[in-house]
Ligand binder design. Structure first.
Ligand code: ZN
Length: 243
């Protein structure tokens, strides 16, 4: 099966639509790694659009926060604003959908979580040390994560060595074979790797070919909506810097 891998849409409908347009005809099923909402101006539209696609989705920390399922006292002020705004904007139907999302899924040789296998909603895998601590927490060869908004692959080398960090820039391909990997496709709606284009990936579960992809979208249009909804300036600005 050909999988469209997306994560961290964060209520950014323009970015989500651009990804679907760019990937058209190249996939059969969607794996969404959570954080459908939070930060952007179109939470309900993003939930609705995902639900029109053949898909599965995990729950992310912003999904939980928007439902009041997570203590957000350690979120920064901008993120807290986005949580309150989103909680207010979400329809009952969107809330019901987000509420039933699982935190971990295992499909054949793949584990899927939003954050990390040992802490599926909250932990950031930001370096090889944290990746090393997480390899023992899943039994499959591959684990797909989102959450850090940074497209990257960690490869397990051995119990004594730190995992290898493999950058996955736009267009790069890798055949997933014989190695244990933690793979992050990056963020659709709020990239943080210095590249403002929406990030996603394609995975063919038969040939095991994984391809990292980027696509431009209308950032000023999203920023205009955010200005009208009084979003904090930093959240508006970061869309164009990708940080
Ligand atoms: Zn996120």
């Amino acid at each position: 099966m050909r999988i469209l891998l997306i994560s961290d849409i964060h209520s950014n409908l323009s970015a989500f639509q651009a990804v679907l347009q760019d990937a058209e005809g190249k996939w059969d099923y969607v794996w969404c790694l959570g954080d459908l909402v939070g930060y952007g101006p179109n939470p309900n539209e993003c939930v609705q659009l995902l639900r029109t696609l053949p898909h599965l989705s995990l729950a992310g920390n912003h999904d939980w926060a928007s439902l009041g399922l997570l203590d957000i006292s350690d979120f920064n002020a901008d993120a807290r604003y986005a949580v309150h705004w989103t909680a207010n904007a979400l329809s009952e139907e969107s809330k019901k959908y987000l509420h039933q999302l699982p935190v971990t899924l295992v499909i054949d040789d793949v584990t899927l979580v939003h954050a990390s296998p040992r802490d599926p909603v909250l932990e950031y895998i930001l370096d090889s040390f944290i990746a090393a601590l997480n390899f023992p927490h899943f039994d499959t060869s591959f684990c797909f994560v989102g959450h850090s908004h940074y497209p990257i692959i960690y490869q397990e080398i051995g119990e004594q060595d730190l995992p290898l960090q493999i950058k996955s820039p736009e267009g790069s391909e890798m055949t997933l074979n014989g190695q244990r990997l933690i793979i992050n496709p990056g963020s659709v709606g709020q990239p943080r790797d210095g590249n403002p284009m929406a990030a996603y990936a394609l995975l063919d579960t038969e040939t095991k070919v994984y391809q990292a992809r980027r696509v431009a979208y209308d950032i000023p249009a999203v920023q205009k909506q955010m200005i009208e909804a009084n979003f904090p300036e930093r959240l508006i600005k970061r869309l164009e810097t990708g940080n």
